[in-house]
Design a protein around this ligand. Sequence first.
Ligand SMILES: [Zn+2]
Length: 459
Amino acid sequence: MFLTFLGANGTVTGSKTLLETAGGRLLVDCGLYQGPREIRALNWAPFPLPPEQVTSVVLTHAHLDHCGYLPALVRDGFAGPVLCTPNTAELASIVLRDSAKLQEEDADFAQRKGFSRHAQPRALYGLLDAEQAIALFRPIEFGREFPALPDITGRFDPAGHILGSSLVTLTDGSKTVVFSGDLGRANHPLLIAPSPPPVTDAIVIESTYGDKEHPDHDAELEEMASAITRTIRRGGTVVIPAFAVDRTEVLLGVLRDLQDTQRIPKVPIHVDSPMALAAMRVYRAAITDGDPEIRTAAIAEGPGIIEPQHLFEATTPDESKQLDLGGARIIVSASGMGTGGRVVHHLKALLPDPCNAVILAGYQAVGTPGRSLLDGARELKFHGHYVKVRAEIFNVGAFSVHADSSELVDWLRSGERTPEQVFVVHGEPEASAALARRIGIELDVVAVVPAPSERVAIY
Ligand SMILES: [Zn+2]
């Protein structure tokens, strides 16, 4: 079999790997490129092969950078099954509908305000395309073998990254390839730890934090609690840009814990993202139903584990706008890197006031507003308009749901047998290169960062 690396090479978004056999062509993940304009432009490039020649798609999880290109693939001719776990199917449906809506709204907004470079800004895809993609989802439980191609058997195992996230094992009976997808950490408060890698010849592994170690969790939480307390005491608003799926749930669980232990004042906490609210319902149901992916302790506690006191759900745009008036409150809003969604309006309104604070609680890709804040930008441009950054900016690494460098290497070691070949993807160039070097030395195996569109043979 052959692998061709079609996305997330030298960047953390746009995950797509093609697996070809005599029996057909399978795409592992079908992600959207996100971040700076030059990266997003890749979404508009013609797909490297006619989409109707792709037999099936396998999704590792529901994040947009792993499933967000599907509606475009389907519109352009793909009609095969999209294989994923039941929770991924449910969350990806929410994510794709939201993405389509945002694409349509952004094109519309750019046209009205006239700040697009294009005379007629178009959406990459629309709601109808998203619905057609969702109709192709074929949910398959963890641990069950399924035909991924006529000559390839697949299996999903928990990856501990977000609800439904999976490692994917694909085998033709003689050779096996495992895809890590995004790999979680053993300390996720709601999800069970990632499964060890199955016995395999090759692994395609992510490297978001391939050159970093996560800071001490408790110390970081302490710092976050004091930042929130300080901001609230001076009457300011705390804005937390959060990925709608999983990060919001983890954050709410932590805020609840900080409230319970009197480490932060009990002020209103607003979840302001329709997608986050929809995802919360899926998480609540998984906790209530005792889903096998959920930790026993979380099941025992029930959905209250992600519900702090004074939690408010902002559903309408008017409720969202009210929050920009400021005052002692916490706003948790998507998107996580400030690239779109309602959080953009909150940042635009609240960054100029030194009373307020922004807490960055996740990975901030190069070229995003979140990364600029992290790097100390004093001015930021939103919707073609500059605002002054006077609010306090905090970075809290404790919320990462990606394994760090040592955790990735330990995970590779935790299998029964070390694979002979490791392909490092899904990282910025330095992160991927550092991880490949480390794996090559410590595990003494072939460890390479494939070039964009590079094709390799597994035999
Ligand atoms: Zn992810």
